[in-house]
Design a protein around this ligand. Structure first.
Ligand code: MOS
Length: 742
């Protein structure tokens, strides 16, 4: 728990609801006359359906319909010229392959839905789905990235494709050189809550949706486009989410299909996908192969750095992410080049996952930094300090704030870095080898546009409203604290309403951007309320008449003047005196020219101690310290929880998480939580989190930068570096399973 903050660590405002079953997740909603549907997936990874027998399913008890490419109701917004993303906002240039769910017999990936079976209960739909039989004209599915690396293409429009500063091959002439390849396997978000949607047409042109989405406004837009409706007629509700990790950052084709089928059958329709469908229908972290070339002089100064990444995507849609971006600005190096390619495979399309491409890239860069430090016989922190940069070398402008040196120091002290021996394999305790490793993480700190509303009632209770969804990081708690800090209303009299399109528009919960974006709007709305209260108090005849606005202090529901003669008025009294039942202020907030003069990033440093058993190859993370340099910490307790969650996810990424495909069939072999190993309690040690907690003067009025992604970014590299320190073995292919150490 962090202690170094002026803010009291308050409990998660929705914690009680979540642990008592009082929080309603999308699948908890039950509507009168509701029907259930189940998706039948393709059994081949590429080919064409030659026959589809749905008769038995049609005749099964309780079945209300079986929908396939032969009878799928139309999705009007998708009738536009074929060629774009299945649910993208605008028509895209035509490409060879497209995926329109249930619109053709063509199969583009294993598990692709070939039928939606609808029944009056989930069990009956599941049984009927088992009766659907298909035959296929099967083609060989290309699913193995390593075999198709030469087919990489530069994604259109993405700046990650090529970057050059100085000379691309400068590393070649450096006295100390490193070339290394790193691979990240397919990882799957696998939150506890399964994905899905509940769609209810309340009128022929009105739609109510309960979904698992990270952005209710984004889902509203996607459905408005798909069904050619006025967004105002679409109401989306996602107040609680049992983990997102990125899978809810878009609307998936099967969600749109469910809405279409709901309209056809004239009943509310619910889909909850199966755990195995979570591997194929809602994205994943793409398999990525990376090469780092690094050159340094004998003083440990970087001479040249080149980072190339190739990742898989689908045949029908290009997914790209910022895998190589960190390399462009993290270290002071005159010659830097990056290259990013994607390979179109017969696979379902990836999506951002936990610290997305930046986490993938950080594993490579931060492993390579450790490898180079070893070649130079330098302490890995010392090597980073020799290449530290106070300004952003990519954009030639200052960082809005950067306290990374302090983060290195405090993390090193906390883990006991002085106990580390630079000589690998030189520390043992009983049967276990001990090693220490560290790494750096970084992620853009955004200031997106958002709106919020603050309603102060005469009983001095405060309601804050924003459409934003809380996917788990504690958004509701952070917004409560921001409102409290501005208006002085006691925490237990503040209620935050969120996760619904009836509320002021907000961006999608993602990119660690919400405290900055929505928090700023809440700050502004509350500031407007405060301004009105102040004006009422000091106006002629007011309770604090004759006093200056800047003398007023607002705390505990009271407006007061400390300067003699002391005077105070309760907010409720002030409102009653002015015949006000409510003060209602809305605010739109976004970054502007001031922010654009700076490079805004959050930074993290991860330190781990590992124990490696040389006989079994088992790696245990025995200590972890994560330090966040993310500006002012608004909500210390939920911020620490995010860092702890990042460590848990990072241990999974480093040691256990891998979705394996049998490439003969293009099919996952471990598509369940028994065989796909996320880190569990027994894998996670006590974690120390440290917050630098220095306000960023640029980004927003709170001085708060994002937290979520930096909790994970870099962590896997710290583990790999610690494993090297313990054993002398360098594992460049995640996860670091025991077989790789024997
Ligand atoms: Mo995050 S990967 O932006 O949900």
């Amino acid at each position: 728990m962090t202690k170094d903050t002026k803010n009291p660590p308050i409990d998660r405002v929705d914690g009680r609801l979540k642990v008592t079953g009082g929080a309603n997740y999308f699948a908890d909603f039950e509507l009168p006359n509701m029907a259930y549907c189940v998706l039948v997936g393709s059994e081949v990874g590429r080919g064409t359906i030659t026959s589809l027998d749905t008769k038995k399913a049609q005749g099964a008890p309780g079945v209300l319909g079986v929908f396939t490419h032969q009878n799928m109701p139309p999705i009007p917004g998708w009738d536009a010229p074929v060629g774009g993303e299945a649910d993208g906002p605008a028509p895209k240039p035509k490409r060879e392959e497209t995926y329109r769910i249930l619109s053709s017999p063509k199969i583009l990936f294993d598990g692709q839905p070939i039928a939606i079976v609808v029944a009056d209960s989930f069990e009956r739909a599941t049984y009927a789905a088992s009766l659907v039989k298909a035959t296929y004209n099967k083609q060989a599915a290309r699913t193995e990235l390593e075999k198709h690396l030469s087919e990489g293409v530069a994604p259109k429009g993405a700046d990650g494709g090529n970057y050059l500063r100085g000379k691309a091959d400068a590393y070649q002439s450096a006295p100390v050189r490193l070339e290394a390849n790193y691979t990240i396997p397919i990882e799957v978000h696998n939150p506890m809550e399964l994905h899905g949607i509940l769609a209810h047409w309340t009128a022929s042109d009105k739609l109510m949706i309960y979904a698992k989405t990270q952005g209710v406004n984004a889902t509203q837009q996607a459905m408005a486009q798909a069904f050619k409706l006025d967004p105002k007629n679409i109401h989306v509700h996602t107040e609680f989410m049992g983990g997102g990790f990125g899978m809810g950052l878009r609307t998936w084709p099967q969600e749109t299909a469910v809405v279409a089928v709901a309209r056809k059958i004239g009943r509310p329709l619910k889909l909850v996908v199966t755990r195995s469908q979570m591997f194929t229908l809602v994205g994943h972290r793409p398999y990525t192969v990376q090469t780092i070339n690094m050159g340094a002089d004998t003083n440990g100064k970087l001479v040249g750095l080149a980072h190339a990444a190739t990742a898989e995507t689908a045949s029908y849609e290009d997914f790209t992410e910022a895998t190589v971006n960190m390399t462009k600005f993290m270290y002071d190096c005159p010659n830097v080049s990056t290259r990013y390619r994607i390979v179109r495979l017969d696979r379902s399309v990836p999506i951002w996952m936990r610290g997305p491409g930046e986490a993938t890239g950080a594993f490579a860069l931060e492993s390579a930094m450790d490898e180079m430090a070893h070649k130079l016989n330098l302490d890995p922190i010392e090597f980073r300090l020799r290449n530290y940069t106070e300004t952003d070398p990519e954009h030639n402008r200052p960082y809005s704030s950067k306290n990374l040196k302090e983060a290195y120091q405090r993390g090193a002290d906390a883990i006991g870095w002085s106990n580390r021996k630079n000589e690998p394999g030189s520390q043992r305790e009983g049967d276990w080898l001990i090693g220490y490793g560290m790494s750096t993480g970084v992620f853009s700190a955004f200031r997106w546009e958002a709106s919020a509303r603050a309603l102060l009632k005469a009983d001095s209770s405060l309601t804050i409203q924003s459409a934003v969804t809380d996917i788990g990081p504690g958004t509701g708690t952070a917004l409560t604290i921001i409102a409290h800090n501005v208006l002085g209303v006691p925490l237990n009299q503040i209620k935050v309403e969120y996760g619904d399109t009836s509320l002021p528009k907000a961006p999608t919960q993602g990119g660690s951007a919400i405290v900055s974006a929505v928090g700023s709007a809440v700050f502004d709305a509350c500031t407007a309320v405060k301004k009105q209260l102040t004006e009422l108090a000091i106006k002629e005849g007011g309770s604090l008449a004759g006093r200056q606005a800047d003398e007023l202090i607002i705390a505990d529901g009271v407006l007061s003047v400390e300067k003699e003669p002391r005077k105070k008025v309760a907010l409720s009294e002030l409102m009653r005196a002015n015949n006000l039942t409510v003060i209602d202020k809305s605010a739109d907030s976004k970054g502007g020219s001031e922010q654009s003069k700076y490079s805004m990033y959050s930074f993290s440093v991860h330190f781990v101690q590992v124990r490696v058993n040389p006989l079994t190859g088992v790696v245990r993370v025995s200590k972890a310290v994560s330090v966040a340099d993310s500006g002012r910490i608004v909500s210390p307790k939920t911020a620490a929880s995010q860092m702890i969650g990042g460590v848990a996810g990072g241990i999974g990424m480093a040691l256990t998480e891998e979705a394996s495909i049998d490439h003969r069939f293009g099919r996952f072999v471990n598509n369940n939580l028994g065989d796909y190993h996320v880190a569990v309690h027994a894998d996670v040690p006590a974690i120390e989190t440290i917050m630098i907690d220095k306000p960023d003067p640029i980004i927003n009025p709170m001085g708060a930068k994002g937290m979520g992604e930096i909790a994970l970014i870099g962590f896997a590299g710290a583990v790999a570096n610690a494993v090297f320190n313990a054993t002398g073995q360098r594992v460049r292919d995640l996860p670091i399973t025991p077989d790789k150490l024997l």
